[in-house]
Design a protein. Structure first.
Length: 648
């Protein structure tokens, strides 16, 4: 009997011990539950959504130069509290954000001593977490050798992932720059082209029963860490990977060094229907501004000669013509692209800036990020990578009245390159300059962290339509991906909305656009970026439909609200954005069959007079007035490569 009592007592003790090593963190509405565990000394977490497992037990922890914090750990306790994020930001998808969440700090010990905190933020649609690596006596710095951080997908999951390029490939060795084609609805188990995948990464884990999606990314990355990627491990497990050795021409370490105590960037997981994916604000919810804006920055629309005319168009006369074009469109800027320093000259830019000012049009100037990390020869070069030269150049731009810069051809995601992004942004703020990045990494919460940050490319963007007929043929399919993946987490400088029939200066030669003019109007709303340099040309004032030109004159670039309506990645998408009191409902279709659908439009009062831009079966577009029904519904048909726009 004594043995039986002892056995029962021992079993109860084991249960109590197990229970102390597990903690559940529940979202405010109870739909998301994160379970943190320390079974076998290895920290893990799993996520349930509406009572069903959507992320299976997945590893946590980091390995540093001081300690292996992936095993031999005990979950001592979790401090849980209610949290919220309330802020205003003009240059993201929603201008005023108010999010409630549950915050938990889970304290892990090793051999009875605190070593690692994992901080969780669980809102009604997002899970975010980061590591706090604690100080040690006489130790002030560490190298993070690796992260165990993983994401274990359920069986049957399909993926929408963008393969990471091999380093020092592509044009002049400028890859990786997040510019590869996505694989649609692919099975788990591959590792891209051998280098994993670039963020953000979209997973469909319940095509039939759950209608549940997962978007994985990261945010809060600054000069204290590197940019990361997602590697396929095995059997549906994906894990965090550091940059590739060959990035930045092999210069610098792939492992970040940090001062203690250290905080890593946030890993973000958005869960639920596609509405949650499209509307999430988690990249900005969990970060904070790193400095004050030196002025109130001006966003808006602009023109850009290079996308149609390429390098030869970067001359004084053509840029003056584009200034006149922007003025005629009511646009705020002209982007003067590569080689302006040799083909126009500094004095010529000063003259163009004065002329633009007389027309209420400011200039953005292109720069090569330069450095020894690639072989891109375009100038200006040797300015942005050198602090002394950079600040001299920015002082000249400030005195000349330049609005902002577009910096291109970065070398990868190593910590030193992330530090360069941050240094450019901080210096530019000192001189009142907006910053756009091209040939670059994904923005990671930067709209909120750096108040003069405008946008990043980090996508297979419109320039590829000029270079490849195949990209023109696939334009609609690719455009139906970006609102669900790349553009969900940050401003996307795509350079779209072309009205030329051909990507050539005479509009008669070059790659042929397959999409309609209404499609061009729709993506001006679908693709979110507070600064938009459209692929329009001065000839469009006479050879494009007046209704299309008039729409692109008035369309906003900053938004107060976004609502997902319908769609499927790579096939079609319909969403709505609001600017002030005005709504824009837009859709595009990449499917071979026309999409006929009845839209519920509660944002428009019953009986409202609406403007409907639509295409016929041959992609001939037009605009007409329609009346909103009493049921607040409208039936529309979108042909393949076509679009629809509804506005009040």
């Amino acid at each position: 009997m004594k043995r039986l009592i002892f056995a029962v007592f021992a079993a109860i003790s084991c249960i109590a011990s197990f229970a102390s090593g597990e903690k559940q963190i529940t979202s405010p509405d109870g739909t998301l539950i994160v379970t943190v565990n320390d079974a076998d000394g290895k920290p893990t977490y799993k996520i349930d959504y509406n009572g069903k497992a959507v992320l299976l037990p997945s590893p946590l922890g980091v390995v540093t130069s001081l300690d292996d914090m992936t095993q031999g750990l005990t979950l001592a306790q979790c401090d849980v509290e209610n949290a919220s994020a309330d802020y205003s930001l003009r240059n993201i998808k929603q201008s005023n954000v108010s999010v409630t969440a549950t915050k938990a700090v889970c304290h892990f010990e090793k051999e009875g001593k605190p070593v690692l905190d994992i901080i969780f933020w669980v809102s009604n649609r997002d899970v975010a977490f980061r590591y706090a690596i604690l100080s040690k006596r006489d130790k002030h710095s560490i190298v993070v050798k690796s992260e165990a951080t993983g994401f274990m997908m359920p069986d049957g999951t399909t993926t929408f992932l963008c393969p990471q390029s091999k380093p020092m490939t592509g044009f002049a060795g400028t890859a990786p720059s997040y510019e590869t084609n996505y694989n649609h609805d692919a099975a788990t188990g591959t590792n891209g082209w051998g280098g994993g995948f670039t963020f953000p990464c979209l997973f469909n884990i319940g095509k039939t029963s759950l209608n549940t999606w997962i978007l994985i990314s990261e945010t809060g990355t600054d000069g204290s860490y590197c940019g990361c990627r997602l590697l396929n491990d095995h059997d549906g497990l994906y894990r965090i990977g550091f940059p590739q050795e060959g990035e930045c021409n092999g210069i610098g370490s792939v492992t970040p060094s940090m001062s203690l105590p250290a905080m890593t960037p946030w890993r973000t997981i958005t869960v639920g229907p596609l509405k949650n994916i499209v509307e999430t604000t988690v990249p900005f919810d969990v970060v904070a501004p790193k400095y004050e804006a030196s002025q109130e920055y001006i966003y808006g629309k602009g023109s850009w000669s290079w996308i149609i005319g390429m390098d030869p168009s970067c001359n004084f006369d053509e840029q003056k013509r584009y200034i006149d074009f922007s003025a005629a469109m009511g646009y705020q800027t002209v982007l003067v692209d590569a080689l302006w320093d040799t083909q126009i000259g500094y004095k010529g830019i000063e003259e163009l800036a004065r002329y633009g000012k007389s027309k209420n049009v400011a200039l953005f100037l292109w720069y090569n990020s330069n450095g020894s990390w690639n072989d891109a020869p375009q100038t200006p070069i040797g300015k942005m990578n050198n602090a002394i030269e950079r600040r001299k150049e920015m002082k000249w731009m400030h005195d000349t009245g330049i609005r902002g810069i577009k910096v291109d051809f970065f070398g990868g995601d190593k910590q030193q390159m992330i530090q360069l992004y941050e240094d450019i942004l901080a210096d530019a703020n000192d001189y009142g300059l907006l910053v756009i990045f091209h040939g670059c990494t994904l923005p990671r919460g930067w709209e909120r962290m750096y108040p003069n940050y405008a946008a990043s490319e980090a996508v297979l963007a419109s320039e590829n339509l000029h270079f490849s007929q195949g990209m023109c043929d696939a334009e609609a399919s690719n455009a139906c991906l970006h609102p669900f993946i790349r553009n969900t987490v940050g401003s996307m400088d795509f350079g779209g909305s072309a009205l030329n029939k051909f990507y050539g200066a005479d509009n008669k030669h070059g790659n042929q656009r397959r999409t309609s003019d209404v499609f061009a109007l729709a993506i001006s709303v679908l693709f979110q970026s507070a600064v938009q340099h459209f692929a329009l040309a001065p000839n469009n004032l006479t050879d494009a439909p007046s209704w299309a030109i008039d729409f692109l004159k008035e369309v906003p670039t900053t938004w107060d609200e976004v609502r997902f309506i319908d769609g499927y990645p790579g096939k079609y998408v319909i969403l709505a954005r609001r600017s002030g009191s005005r709504w824009y409902v837009v859709g595009i279709n990449a499917e071979k069959q026309p999409l006929k659908t009845t839209l519920s439009l509660p944002m428009f009062p019953s009986g409202s007079e609406l403007r409907l831009y639509s295409d016929d079966a041959e992609l001939n577009g037009g605009v007409k007035s329609v009346k909103q029904s009493k049921k607040q519904q409208l039936t529309v048909t979108i042909p393949c490569n076509g679009g629809v726009v509804i506005t009040n």
